[in-house]
Design a protein around this ligand. Structure first.
Ligand code: ATP
Ligand code: SF4
Ligand code: MG
Length: 341
C-alpha cells in the first residue's frame, strides 16, 4: 500500500492525490457582513485518504467548521464558496446538483454537528430521525428493520434503555445524549467519510471514550475515513494519523500527528501545545498564546500569526506559503529552522 499523501501539501499543480477519497484545493469561503468581507477560509488544500483519520485543530474562529461545511455544500448565501478542486470519490462536488449533493452528503460524508440541539429536528422522535437515514440509503428493507437498527445504533452510542427511548423527542434528552444521537444518525448511513465536528464536547470522559471507540470500530470494520475537528489535542494524539493545524482561515502546519505534536514546526502549533496542561508534568506552567486572532475582514498581507509570534522578523510581513519541512510535513512559516531542534 502506498503511503498516504500529506493532509495539505503546497500543491502547485492542483492535482488531487491519487486514490484520495476527498481532495480539496484552494478552498475559499467568504461571508459579506456589515463590517466587511469575512475571509473565513482562505486557500485550504487537503486530501483525505480512504480509511485514514485526519485531525483538524486550531483556536476558535480559525475556520475549521466552515472548511468542512463548505466541503459538504452547507454554506448558506450570502456566504460564497469557491475551490479549484473539490472532489469526493471522483465526483466533482462543485458540479453536482443540490439533490445529488444531498444524497452524497448522507451516504458518503455524514456530519455530526457541534450544536446537536439545533441540528436535530425538534418535531420528530429521535428514532424517526435515525430511521430516515437507514431507509433513504436503502440500508434496511423496511420500517420494522429500520426501527430495530435504530435501537441497536442508539445502544451502540451508549444510550441506556434505547428500546424505550426510541420514540422520545430531542428535548427529552440531555446535551450529551443528543450528541450521541447525532452520531447515531451520522453512522446510520454507513458513511465512507465521517466528518465529526467536536463530536464529544458535551460528553463525560467515559462516554467520550465509548463514542470514539465506536468511531474507531467503524473505521476498522467498514474502512471509514474520519475527519476529527476538535480542541482536544489529547484526542487528536490518540485517534488520528495526520493533523492539520488551522489559523485565521489557513492551514499553517500539517503532517503525521505524532511527528507534529512531538516537534511542531510552526510557532502557532508550538503555542497551542504550550497552552495545554501537561499530564506528564502537571506543575509545569501553562502559557496561553498572547494576543488576539486577526480580524478576518482586515487580514494583513504577510503571516497572519505575526502579531503574536515570538519569532517574527521583518520578512514575515511578506506573504508566507505552506512549504515542505520534512517527510509528509509542511508549515507556513519562514523560520521553521528555528524550531527544528
Ligand atoms: N454565516 C457567517 N457569517 C459571517 N461570518 C461567519 C459565518 N459563519 C462563520 N463565520 C466566521 O468564520 C470564521 C470561522 O468560523 P468557524 O466556525 O469555521 O470557526 P471554528 O474554527 O470552527 O471555531 P470553533 O472552534 O469555535 O468551532 C469565524 O470568524 C466566524 O465568525
Ligand atoms: S512566518 Fe514569521 S511571524 Fe509567521 S509564524 Fe513564522 S516566524 Fe512567526
Ligand atoms: Mg467550529
Amino acid at each position: 500500500m502506498s503511503a498516504p499523501a500529506a493532509a495539505s501539501m503546497p500543491l502547485d499543480d492542483a492535482v488531487p492525490a491519487p486514490g484520495a477519497l476527498l481532495s480539496v484545493r484552494d478552498l475559499r469561503t467568504v461571508f459579506p457582513t456589515r463590517r466587511g468581507i469575512v475571509q473565513a477560509v482562505d486557500g485550504v488544500d487537503l486530501d483525505v485518504m480512504p480509511g485514514e483519520a485526519l485531525g483538524v485543530v486550531g483556536e476558535s474562529g480559525s475556520g475549521k467548521s466552515v472548511t468542512f461545511l463548505s466541503v459538504l455544500g452547507l454554506i448558506r448565501p450570502p456566504g460564497t464558496v469557491t475551490a479549484e478542486t473539490l472532489r469526493f470519490e471522483g465526483f466533482d462536488l462543485m458540479r453536482l446538483s443540490a439533490t445529488e449533493r444531498r444524497r452524497l452528503r448522507g451516504r458518503a460524508m455524514a456530519l455530526t454537528m457541534q450544536d446537536a440541539l439545533s441540528a436535530l429536528n425538534p418535531a420528530f422522535t429521535v428514532g424517526t430521525q435515525i430511521m430516515e437515514g437507514l431507509l433513504t440509503h436503502g440500508i434496511v428493507a423496511n420500517a420494522r428493520a429500520a426501527r430495530e437498527e435504530a435501537v441497536a445504533l442508539m445502544g451502540r452510542v451508549g444510550i441506556p434503555s434505547a428500546a424505550a427511548r426510541v420514540d422520545e423527542y430531542p428535548h427529552q434528552f440531555s446535551g450529551g445524549m443528543r450528541q450521541r444521537i447525532m452520531i447515531a444518525i451520522a453512522l446510520a448511513a454507513r458513511p465512507r467519510l465521517l466528518i465529526a465536528d467536536e463530536p464529544t464536547t458535551a460528553l463525560d470522559v467515559t462516554i467520550r471514550a465509548q463514542v470514539l471507540d465506536l468511531i474507531d470500530d467503524l473505521r476498522q470494520s467498514e474502512g471509514m475515513a474520519l475527519v476529527l475537528i476538535t480542541h482536544d489535542l489529547g484526542v487528536v494524539a490518540e485517534r488520528t494519523e495526520r493533523l492539520a493545524v488551522m489559523y485565521a482561515g489557513q492551514i499553517v502546519e500539517t503532517g503525521p500527528t505524532a511527528a507534529v505534536l512531538a516537534a511542531p514546526r510552526h510557532p502557532y502549533t508550538r503555542g497551542l501545545l504550550a497552552s495545554l496542561p501537561r499530564l506528564d508534568a502537571p506543575d509545569s506552567p501553562i502559557q496561553a498564546i498572547p494576543g488576539q486572532v486577526p480580524d478576518l475582514t482586515r487580514l494583513p498581507p504577510g503571516c497572519r500569526f505575526r502579531e503574536r509570534c515570538p519569532l517574527a522578523v521583518a520578512a514575515c510581513a511578506e506573504p508566507v506559503l505552506l512549504a515542505p519541512v520534512g517527510p509528509d510535513r509542511a508549515a507556513r512559516c519562514i523560520r521553521t529552522e528555528a524550531l527544528a531542534s
